[in-house]
Ligand binder design. Sequence first.
Ligand SMILES: [Zn+2]
Length: 433
Amino acid sequence: MDLMKMKLRMRMILFTVAILSMFIASGVWAEPQKILSAIDANSSNCKVVSQKVFDFKELGQQEFKSSALLMEELRKLGFKVEGDLKVPADLVKDGIAKTAFRAELQGKGPGPTITIMLEYDALKNGHSCGHNLIATSGLLAAAGLAQVMKDTPGRILVIGTPDEERGSLGGGKIALLEGGYFEGSDIVFITHPADRWNADMRYLAMKRGTFVFKGKASHAAASPHKGISALDAVVLMFNATDMLREHVRQDVRIHGIIKKGGDAVNIVPEIAEAEFAVRALDTTTMEETYNKVVNCARAGELATGAKLEFKEPRTSLKAPIIVPPLTKMVLDQAKALGVTESEIKASVDSGSSDLGNVGNTYPTAELKFKIAPEGTPGHSDAFRDYAGSEEGWKATIITGKAIALAAYDLLIHPDKVKAIQEKFKELKAKEGK
Ligand SMILES: [Zn+2]
């Protein structure tokens, strides 16, 4: 490099530094910059945490080591942390969610409450849903925000929500919602690794029911006229449900299995049992369809005389209310951090999650972040390997930063929080209509 070029470059650098320090002095960039620097400073530690949670690979309700580690990290960041959360005893054994926790960090004076949810449960093949990265992207965000809270209004809640994978049993977020641990939240954030970036939150509401029919046993050849076939009632229920399929919206899913259909071919089946799950993109449509499936079971009962024994399930999964201005906020932050428009792609497939119950109660945003090539199926061994990869970690850092910056923006702009809450209420009132 010749001298002229070097001088020119030096001048450019000095100029940039001067402009930057002007902004920093004026406070425009100071706090967000502090957040980003704190996240960078914490990233190697959080990466170790992520790897540990990945290696623990604890299943739902058994995430003892993962939750203890995350609680310890949050304490180090200055959060007040409580574990062993009291929840309804019919949802979690002994009424104590031993692997859940709630951490709180007060800011400077009153202001909005921003909640960040962490997940850390694994599947049988390890972290094939990448929840280790949900936990640590949230931890990174908490580390960034912890740096500025002493000068920022409001407070941060970090809620450790176990057992997402078996969420329909109600042991995770549903138990914590019922236990009141989200109370006071104004806006809730969560993240999820994926094969693409988006904030679609496309989750199906779901209800599962078990339908038991009680008929009358009799010799199938000698005295069939004296018997009542419980299996016939189940078969009629399936037939009626199949007719219903023609008259539901495209996103509605009805799936059933026969769990018991009789004991021997020469005995009229006395007991038969079916299990059905009904799903839809909004909770109202799901509930309406579910009630129709219950009527299909009643049709089987009426036609055969086999008595239907059926109880409403204790829990069901709701669909989140998607609030576009909140979704946009999170995506805009991701874009500002270098995620390109072409990397953001709509979700095509969807399952259900207890995240929906939170997102149906509080305005919630979920940032999906790309850790794997497009088309890599979730819960696969391949996806698990990406959840432990270097590439996966890089996307996790961007995600932690995006969530922290969006949360900070809301903390200092209660007007934005209010507008999002209003929109949430408006959209919830219109759900399924
Ligand atoms: Zn997951």
